[in-house]
Design a protein around this ligand. Structure first.
Ligand code: AQP
Length: 330
């Protein structure tokens, strides 16, 4: 069975972008692939976290994985720190990543460009850790949103570098970026990606948002004055973003079909349909989330996921350390 791996960092509450760009695909793929879906709690401390909030976010993140349809009988769900080989291989990867490569990574570059102070070393080297996260499991594919593609490219380069230098150690994985919804934009500023760290809180629909609040966010989404529901991300970014959301939540309905349905109708009517689709999905997720929280599913899922992940990751780490001559043969 081919393998697939992906993770989400619980730096805040999961949002609709995480669902559309990542989680819904994890769920689709779990039948066809051996899926490894982890919660990236090492990555999330690359920026300051409030310990109490982080604990809540971690639990919510696992609960939302399950609520969105990940099934522990099919997918290995685990916490990154429950598999120590991530940090260990992460360090080895870091020692093989050039500073020039890290300097080119957009996330760090963006934060530097915005003049953010006291950026951590962890944030700078996080792409090396991400390469380790992936390469430990020899996955065939890594499903990611558009923003993470660059990191998978670096992972591929590192895999090839190791294989050339030390022999055949890693499978070179392919990024899998969906055609629709790979970059859901902020509702209040469609030039920016929908992000957990949205400062205004208006542009981001969280999966646990109260339904009334979520509806209000959609209804007040920034659009344009073209008065035409037309898919044109360059000239009509707000409307095109709402169309992507609607399409993603309705079995990837073609944009032409959505355009035809709303031809000659106002933006108000179109937004109401988007809000209906969003609220129906949130309601479904939240109902299941509440069931999950009051059951023992979270702990059971994390235990069985970590057991399988440790088995594979320890074997890979031992192979790497041996190939690098880091072990004394006894
Ligand atoms: N807006 C988005 N549209 C589509 N996909 C998205 N993803 C994130 N935002 C969008 C995808 O979700 C997966 C997990 O991402 P992550 O949460 O680990 O990291 P991120 O991309 O840095 O997410 P945020 O919300 O922007 O976090 P902060 O604000 O903390 O930096 C990935 O596959 C990602 O592509």
């Amino acid at each position: 069975m081919k393998r697939m791996l992906s993770g989400i960092k619980p730096t805040g509450q999961l949002h609709l972008g995480n669902y559309i760009g990542a989680l819904r695909h994890f769920v689709e793929y779990q039948d066809e692939y051996e899926m490894f879906a982890f919660i990236a709690n090492l990555h999330c401390i690359t920026v300051p976290q409030d310990p109490k909030e982080l604990q809540t976010n971690l639990r919510d993140c696992v609960a939302l994985y399950l609520a969105c349809g990940l099934d522990p009988a099919k997918a290995n769900i685990f916490l990154q720190t429950d598999v120590r080989a991530h940090a260990q291989l992460g360090y080895i990867m870091c020692c093989h990543t050039y500073m020039g490569e890290l300097n080119r990574m957009t996330q760090f570059k963006d934060k530097m460009a915005h003049g953010e102070k006291n950026l951590s070393g962890g944030l700078y080297t996080y792409p090396s850790l991400m390469a380790a996260d992936i390469l430990l499991y020899d996955p065939d594919y890594v499903p990611v949103g558009e923003d993470q593609k660059q990191h998978v490219e670096l992972t591929r380069d590192l895999a090839i570098r190791f294989n050339n230098r030390y022999g055949d150690l890693f499978k070179v994985p392919e990024p899998l970026v969906a055609k629709v919804g790979a970059r859901i934009m902020s509702l209040s500023d469609p030039s920016k990606k929908m992000s957990k760290s949205d400062e205004t809180n208006k542009g981001c629909i969280y999966l646990l948002d109260d339904l009334k609040k979520a509806r209000k966010k959609v209804m007040s989404a920034v659009t344009d004055n073209c008065a035409n529901v037309h898919f044109d991300p360059e000239n009509q970014p707000g409307i095109s973003n709402l169309m992507q959301i609607l399409s993603s939540l309705s079995d990837e309905r073609p944009m032409g079909e959505i355009e035809a349905e709303f031809a000659g109708k106002g933006y108000g009517e179109f937004k109401r349909s988007v809000a209906d689709a969003v609220c129906a999905k949130l309601e479904e997720i939240q109902t299941r989330y509440n069931e999950v929280l009051s059951s023992g599913e979270i702990d059971r899922a994390l235990n069985s996921g970590a057991e399988r992940a440790n088995l594979i990751a320890d074997e890979k780490l031992a192979k790497v350390q041996k190939a690098l001559g880091m072990e004394i043969i006894r």
